[in-house]
Design a protein around this ligand. Structure first.
Ligand code: ATP
Length: 345
């Protein structure tokens, strides 16, 4: 079992800074996700952990072992990439057993037993003799997972392993990956650009932006208490306002947003400028406080609810409504307790 640490890891490719001063700790047995938009540095972080890249600065540690200069094959990591990268001329069983040529199977079992156990774990019993081309995309990715796990690595690294699959398959594979990870209790780092997937699968996640980490936390924390405007907007739908604190009575703070005064949870003393985040579901017709009249622009029918996009005082607004609005203006409000307020520098 292994704890992974990145300490001040930076990586530059010529003039391009891919990572800058990344500090992360992935706990023993944890399912940890790196999530962020394209180009934010997720893959570079993973490749640095695997040893395919060396950091320009900083250190990667597995427990207390400093990994600088240790080549990938000596790092004891299992990696699954976006493309299946299976060996096409080998059977499924030969693919899964590949890494066992270099390393004895764990627990004193034979190679054949280990391969059979792993095929069972990924629900591919009896498929060992097939060739990869006789499998679906989801099955191939499960073979890739079994192959990565066969030598019982200390760390499992998954780089967008589901992005080539359709939405339904992604969801079922995601549940399988999570089940397998928690059965094995293997420390896992998962990379995705899909914030909904990151929330669903992770014990904790790091939201990355522009080569750095914006926030690390459990899914509920990151969703409910985004640390920055970037996180508030990247993770789930949100309404985000910039405001200036203009008063307070000990119970609530008053914040000026575009000439309107919002009543919000009390902010720490000395805070002047704040970012106010209100989830679409918190904006309701019946809330008495913090009323805003939204000009409706488009409505998207989502089945259970309708997502309404509109504008208020130059700010984009997202509402969650039970039905498509019939009027082109909707007045809604929100309770102070339903807003999340972030102090700005
Ligand atoms: P995506 O989701 O699109 O894969 P990412 O978050 O994984 O993005 P990285 O692939 O880590 O991002 O890239 C981070 C930055 O480093 C980008 O600006 C990218 O162009 C740059 N970069 C990555 N690899 C190299 C390389 N080998 N040479 C030059 N620049 C690179």
């Amino acid at each position: 079992m292994t704890e992974l640490r990145l300490e001040g890891v930076s990586k530059a490719y010529g003039d391009t800074v891919a990572l800058e001063g990344v500090d992360l700790t992935v706990r023993d047995g944890e399912f940890f996700t790196l999530v962020g938009p394209s180009g934010c540095g997720k893959t570079t972080t993973l490749r640095t952990v695997a040893g395919f890249e060396e950091p320009t600065d900083g250190a990667v540690r597995f427990d207390s072992r400093e990994m600088t200069g240790v080549p990938p094959e000596q790092r004891d990591v299992g990696v699954v990439f976006q493309s299946y990268a299976l060996f096409p001329h080998m059977s499924v069983a030969e693919n899964v057993g590949y890494g066992l040529q270099f390393r004895e199977p764990p627990d004193g079992v034979t190679v054949d037993e280990r391969v059979a156990n792993l095929l069972e774990l990924v629900d591919l019993e009896g498929m060992g003799e097939r060739s990869p081309e006789q499998l679906s995309g989801g099955q191939r990715q499960r073979v890739a997972l079994a192959r990565a796990l066969a030598p019982a690595p200390d760390l499992l690294l998954l780089d967008e392993p589901m992005s080539a699959l359709d939405a339904q398959l992604r969801e079922s594979l995601r549940r399988q990956v999570k089940r397998i990870q928690s059965t094995l209790e293997i420390t896992t780092v998962y990379v995705t650009h899909d914030q909904a997937e990151a929330l669903a699968i992770s014990d904790r996640l790091a939201v990355m932006n522009d080569g750095g980490v914006e926030q690390v936390g459990r899914p509920q924390e990151v969703y409910r208490e985004p640390a920055t405007r970037f996180v508030a907007e990247f993770v789930g739908d949100n309404n985000v306002f910039e405001g200036e604190v203009c008063g307070g009575d000990g119970e609530y703070s008053r914040v000026d947003v575009d000439g309107e005064t919002f009543t919000l949870p009390t902010v720490p003393e000395g805070t002047d400028r704040v970012t106010v985040c209100v989830r679409p579901g918190a904006l309701s017709r019946s809330a008495e406080r913090n009323r805003l009249t939204v000009r409706v622009e488009t409505s998207e029918f989502l089945g259970e609810t309708v997502r309404v996009n509109g504008r208020w005082n130059g700010t984009d607004i997202v509402l969650q409504r039970p039905t498509v609005p019939e009027r082109d203006e909707l007045t809604v409000g929100f309770a102070p307790e339903d807003a999340h307020v972030v102090a700005r520098q």
